[in-house]
Structures are given as structure tokens and as C-alpha cells.
Design a protein around this ligand. Structure first.
Ligand SMILES: Cc1cc2nc3c(=O)[nH]c(=O)nc-3n(C[C@H](O)[C@H](O)[C@H](O)COP(=O)(O)OP(=O)(O)OC[C@H]3O[C@@H](n4cnc5c(N)ncnc54)[C@H](O)[C@@H]3O)c2cc1C
Ligand code: SF4
Length: 494
């Protein structure tokens, strides 16, 4: 596994990124790749630690630790160290459907659980993954397999995000006839119209979808199931239906003045930006959406960070990100030991760009909006924000964030983007299929199963587990494919 003692010989090195000054001029990806020689050294740091938590994909203290796909991390690292990228790809492809997506956008749960990371820097497994998959594409190794023996069974997948794509890939590979329905004009779900292009170039999705089409998967875009095509019609035409519709019901901010013009949900905003860029082949940047505006983003998480980076590229005058919770510690707290997911301060690319452009971190912690203030035309002009402090609810024992009296402040804002999370799946789809929901409006299944309360209807990804990550969506799509295959055929080899 890597080089014996390699972790003592070599320090972690990350690939270079294009500097803030240059990268904010466009929406291109800005992460480079390590040379093969450097990559081998990085893989050599994998230390044969006996119990590789990196590939465990376990929940510890309610948080995921290690890769949910159970990628064979020490084995692929070893093959990279030996320069055998072709075999490394073959090994990676056993557990993974789309390494080209995760190697760009995954928060690398594997690295957070890496034994090297307990005392030093973890092995750069995510970078290794990118080297492997890009080598495999470059050398024609990535092929979508299609079974010559067709089963005669038909499966509809509703939604073309990573969970739907993963389920479609494996079910098609097994010989079922798979049709993916997508309500948007392009395939990809949040990979397409959520995650900005600078994090995931959209040609990376097109490259994979083309292979899947050639292998027999049918994609039908611009069809909203439950509206354009009824749930009954779909269920009657297919032997199984996979709901992979995401958790796209955004959490709103209820404060006076919410009806002001200039307030958008983050995902709608990000999707519109990407659509205009794609429609114009990156010739038209939708500057009008943010140029010269004071932008306030409500939500200090990853989606908020994507909004920061996007608004800076669109020429915003100022960008502020409000976060309700206190600033996390810089290092792991005593109650958050390795290999738990580290709850520490992360300064992401958008925040780095804001620091470069405006000279300070855009995040204001323990703060929320008390009122949206509009002008006579109903357009947003300012926000009244208020500080928050933690206070224990005596009845439940839970800590709540409550307003600090007299801490109100007025700040300019002509554009507000709400990135405050999601409240589960959209009700028109779940109503149309008549599937049972859990308390968080996710579609309910038995533990370890993807079968809904309706006989031939399955559910995967964010619609099943709530707002999550691309790697979990892919993992769920793959596991559901195996369950569906078994129920259709009596056994499965997926
Ligand atoms: C802005 C943003 C940035 C993110 N960045 C990251 C990141 O960097 N890394 C990471 O790991 N995760 C990230 N995530 C989370 C990640 O994108 C999701 O967890 C993942 O995409 C969920 O996949 P999914 O297949 O379940 O659903 P989705 O990707 O949401 O796809 C669902 C698809 O179903 C379609 N659909 C819904 N209803 C219907 C219907 N009735 N008929 C037809 N089609 C329908 C939708 O249009 C959509 O295309 C981000 C999320 C957001 C919002
Ligand atoms: S998919 Fe994510 S967690 Fe899994 S090995 Fe790749 S980077 Fe790590």
C-alpha cells in the first residue's frame, strides 16, 4: 500500500490553482493537476495503516466518515504509486460510477478519515482520483458497458442528477431498458444547474451522458413527471420507477418585506446563470443579475459559497454572507476527534475570492435578517440584520439561536440570495405517486432499502436521504439498482 515510510518521506502537495485575480474573470475550472511524478509521491504517502477508515463509509456521531462508495482507497493509491493508472482505474470502477464528478466536487470524506491526517496532512486521495479518471478518459478506457442479453424489463428513472444517473447506468448494464426523464432542458440535476461551472465544467457531464446514450440509456428532457406525464401512465408502462427528483424544496426566510423584488433562492439564481452561460456557449455572461449590486447571501454553507464566487464573477459591488451559527473552531475540538468529520472553519474558493476582491472574509456569523427593506417601487434596497446568541430551551434542553436585543443594523442590499437549505422533496411528485413520507418530507423506505410504500416505486438520492452530497447520491443510485434488479430478476449480480 503505497511506499513503506512514504508518509515520513514526502509532505502533502496539492495541485496548483489559478490565482483569484485571473480566475474571477471567467467561469472556467481553476484547479490544475499534479504531474504524474508528483502524484506517485503523493500516493506513496498511503501508509498501509491496517484499518483504512478512508474506505469505511460509516456514520460516526451522526456524521459520515470515510467514502460512502467504499472506494478501495489504499489499493488505488498503491497502483498510482506504482504508476499503473490503467489498473487503478479498473479498481476504482468496481465501486464508483462517476469519479469525474466526485474528484471535482466531493468534500473528500475519505481524506477526513485518513490515518495520516490524525497527526499530519491526509493523503490527497481526491486528487489521485482525478488523475486516475482523467487518464482513463484520455486513454479510451472509460466505456459504458451494455449487456448483449436484454431482460425485457423496462425501468423509468425520474430525475437525471447523480443518483438517477448511477441507477440508470447499472440497470442498463444489467440488460434492462432504461429511460431517464428530466424536467429541465439538460441532463445532470444539481451537477448541471446547481454546482457552478468553475467547480464542475459541464462538458464533464456531457462526456459521460454521451457514453450512456451510446450504451442504450434513453434520456428524455423537458418532461415533468406528475405534470406533463402522469404517475399512473409511467407506472403502467414500466416494470419499475425510480424517483431521483432531489430535495429541491428550498427553506424560505420569513421576515417582513419578503415580497420585495430582488430576492431569489440560491439554486434558482445559480441555475439561471449556468443556463445563460451554456445557451450562449459562454459568450454572454449574465452580468445584469449582480453587476454593481450589494449582494447578501443568507446561508454560510457550500451553496452560499458558490453564490459568493458566482456574484464576484458577475461584478457585484459587495458580497456579504450571513450565517446563523457561531464561527467553527480552526482546529478539531476535543469532542470532535478523528476520524469523525471535522467541524472546523473552512475557507472555500468563493470566500478566498471575496477576501482577494474586497479585503475581508464575506461571512458574518451569528446573524440573520430581521427585515427586508424595499423602496417605493417595491425593490429591495436594504436589510435590517440582527445578531444572534445561543440560548438553552428549558423545555427541550436544545440550544437555539435567539436575537440579541438592540443589535439591529441596516446594510445595503439590492440582491439577496437565500441559501438556507432544503426541506425535502417537492410535494407534487410525491403526491402524484402516492408514496409515504417521513417527518422530514423525504420519501420513506425501510432501513437499507430503496423501495417506497408503493410496490414498483423506488427512491434514491436527496429525495430519500434529504439534502446531501454527490457521493451519497451515487452510492444510493448504485445500491437501489441492485435492489431493483433483484426484485425484477429474482437475483442480482450488480
Ligand atoms: C448549489 C449547490 C452546490 C452543491 N455543491 C456540492 C458539492 O460541491 N459537492 C457535493 O458533493 N454536493 C454538492 N451539492 C449537493 C449535491 O448537488 C446533491 O446532493 C446531489 O446533486 C443530489 O443528487 P440527486 O440525484 O439526488 O438530485 P438532484 O441532483 O437534485 O437531481 C434531481 C433532478 O430531478 C429532476 N426532477 C425533479 N422532479 C422531477 C419531475 N417531476 N420530473 C422530471 N424531473 C424531475 C430535477 O430537475 C433534477 O434535475 C450542492 C448542492 C447545491 C444546491
Ligand atoms: S468519492 Fe469522495 S469520499 Fe470517496 S474516495 Fe472519492 S473523494 Fe474520497
Amino acid at each position: 500500500m503505497g511506499k513503506i515510510g512514504g508518509f515520513m518521506e514526502y509532505d502533502r502537495v496539492n495541485s496548483a490553482t489559478i490565482c483569484e485575480e485571473e480566475r474571477i474573470k471567467n467561469f472556467n475550472e481553476f484547479h490544475g493537476m499534479l504531474s504524474l511524478e508528483e502524484e506517485k509521491k503523493q500516493a506513496a504517502r498511503c501508509m498501509d495503516c491496517g484499518v483504512p477508515f478512508c474506505q469505511a463509509g460509516r456514520m460516526i456521531s451522526g456524521m459520515a466518515s470515510g467514502c460512502p462508495l467504499n472506494n478501495l482507497v489504499p489499493e488505488t493509491n498503491d497502483l498510482v504509486y506504482r504508476g499503473n493508472l490503467a489498473d487503478a482505474y479498473r479498481r476504482l470502477a468496481i465501486t464508483h460510477s462517476f469519479p469525474e464528478f466526485t474528484s471535482r466536487v466531493c468534500p473528500a470524506l475519505c481524506e477526513a478519515a485518513c490515518t495520516c491526517g490524525e497527526y499530519s496532512e491526509p493523503v490527497c486521495t481526491k486528487e489521485n482520483e482525478k488523475t486516475i479518471i482523467e487518464y482513463a478518459f484520455e486513454h479510451g478506457l472509460v466505456k459504458e458497458r451494455k449487456s448483449d442479453i436484454r431482460t425485457g424489463k423496462k425501468v423509468a428513472v425520474v430525475g437525471s442528477g447523480p443518483s438517477g444517473l448511477a441507477a440508470a447506468q447499472l440497470l442498463n448494464r444489467r440488460g434492462h431498458e432504461v429511460t431517464v426523464y428530466e424536467r429541465h432542458d439538460r441532463v445532470g440535476g444539481l451537477l448541471r444547474y446547481g454546482i457552478p461551472n468553475m467547480k464542475l465544467d459541464k462538458s464533464v457531464i456531457d462526456r459521460r451522458v454521451k457514453l450512456m446514450e451510446e450504451a442504450g440509456v434513453t434520456f428524455i428532457t423537458g418532461k415533468d413527471i406528475g405534470k406533463d406525464i402522469s404517475a399512473e401512465e409511467l407506472s403502467s408502462k414500466y416494470d419499475a420507477v425510480v424517483l431521483a427528483c432531489g430535495a429541491s424544496n428550498p427553506r424560505d426566510i420569513k421576515a417582513p418585506g419578503r415580497d420585495a423584488k430582488g430576492i431569489y433562492f440560491a439554486v434558482d439564481f445559480l441555475g439561471r446563470v449556468t443556463k445563460q452561460l451554456l445557451d450562449s456557449e459562454f459568450k454572454e455572461f449574465p452580468y445584469e443579475m449582480a453587476k454593481d449590486k450589494d449582494v447578501v447571501i443568507i446561508g454560510g454553507g457550500d451553496t452560499g459559497n458558490d453564490c459568493v464566487g458566482t456574484c464576484i464573477r458577475l461584478g457585484a459591488k459587495s458580497v456579504t454572507q450571513l450565517e446563523m451559527m457561531p464561527q467553527p473552531p480552526v482546529e478539531r475540538a476535543a469532542n470532535n476527534p478523528w476520524p469523525e468529520w471535522p467541524r472546523v472553519l473552512k475557507t472555500d474558493y468563493g470566500q478566498e475570492e471575496a477576501i482577494y476582491k474586497f479585503g475581508h472574509d464575506p461571512r458574518i456569523y451569528q446573524t440573520t435578517v430581521k427585515e427586508f427593506i424595499k423602496d417605493k417601487k417595491g425593490e429591495l434596497k436594504e436589510l435590517c440584520i440582527v445578531s444572534l446568541k445561543p440560548e438553552k430551551d428549558e423545555k427541550t434542553g436544545r440550544m437555539n439561536m435567539v436575537p440579541v436585543e438592540g443589535s439591529e443594523k441596516i446594510i445595503p442590499a439590492q440582491l439577496v440570495l437565500i441559501a438556507a437549505g432544503f426541506l425535502g422533496s417537492e410535494i407534487y411528485v410525491t403526491d402524484a405517486f402516492g408514496v409515504e413520507l417521513d417527518g422530514r418530507t423525504n420519501v420513506k423506505t425501510a432501513e437499507g432499502s430503496y423501495k417506497s410504500s408503493k410496490d414498483n416505486v423506488y427512491v434514491v438520492g436527496d429525495m430519500h436521504r434529504g439534502q446531501s452530497l454527490v457521493v451519497w447520491a451515487i452510492a444510493e443510485g448504485r445500491k437501489a439498482a441492485a435492489e431493483i434488479d433483484k426484485n425484477l430478476m429474482g437475483y442480482t449480480n450488480l
